[in-house]
Design a protein around this ligand. Structure first.
Ligand SMILES: [Zn+2]
Length: 238
């Protein structure tokens, strides 16, 4: 039997489902209580190989996600294309801009980071303190700062499925660009046993209500296309 979750927790408007800060202290961010022990197992395994696992991003609230969204909508923050180059602000409008933002950023209310079950991780050992972490595929690929970490992480995740971590964003970007989805994010891990419960109880009508009542930019374009957004950018397979 699954726990019944409040819509406010699923959509990042409440943090009452998270462990107290004192329990997440080692990781420096708020997390779901069930992810803490598995995360220690992963961090210890990484440490044995000379890596220093750092949670770059854990829980994010609806408002925090909306700040990112609005900054990208109005050009204060870069919107990247599939190949991680900056799309000049003003070159995309309306629904096209919404889709471009969604490639790399979740819609507020529909981010897996609202749940505390999902994290973005880096190897703090690989970078200097003044390095500006981008969370791009380039960083994880050949020649990138986190290449070695990911070369270790990928087989580790495959060899230790019982620990419970999966990479929910693995779908490759559609080459013709007509119906692309979320770009692959190898740094984003989800603690599946806990995240599954949030996924199952996600409510699109509730999301429509909170988007409608928020100060989000591109609101009409989002609301008009919400079912398509759900299919291409929220729902994940597996
Ligand atoms: Zn993430």
């Amino acid at each position: 039997m699954s726990t019944i979750l409040a819509n406010a927790c699923i959509s990042g408007q409440s943090d009452s489902h998270l462990a107290p800060l004192s329990e997440c202290e080692t990781f420096g961010c708020r997390l779901h209580p069930n992810i803490i022990e598995p995360l220690k197992i992963l961090a210890d395994a990484a440490k044995k190989q000379g890596f220093k696992l750092k949670v770059f991003s854990g829980f994010r609230s609806f408002n925090a996600q909306m700040s990112i969204w609005n900054a990208k909508s109005c050009g204060k923050r870069a919107v990247l294309s599939a190949d991680e180059t900056v799309i000049p602000h003003g070159s995309l409008q309306g629904w096209d801009l919404v889709q471009a933002i969604l490639r790399w950023s979740a819609l507020p209310g529909a981010s897996r980071h609202h749940w505390g079950t999902d994290i973005d991780i880096i190897d703090a050992q690989a970078i200097n303190s003044d390095y500006n972490v981008q969370l791009t595929q380039k960083e994880t690929q050949e020649g990138g700062v986190f290449e070695e970490f990911h070369r270790w992480l990928t087989p580790w995740l495959e060899d230790n499925p019982d620990v419970g971590f999966v990479r929910p964003y693995q779908t490759p970007t559609n080459a013709d660009d007509n119906a692309f989805g979320i770009a692959p994010e190898p740094w984003h891990l989800s603690y599946a046993p806990a995240a599954k419960i949030f996924e199952e109880q996600f409510d699109l009508d509730f999301l429509a209500q909170i988007i409608a009542g928020s100060d989000i930019l591109l609101k009409n374009e989002i609301l008009e296309n919400l079912p398509e957004i759900y299919n291409r950018f929220i729902r994940v397979s597996g």
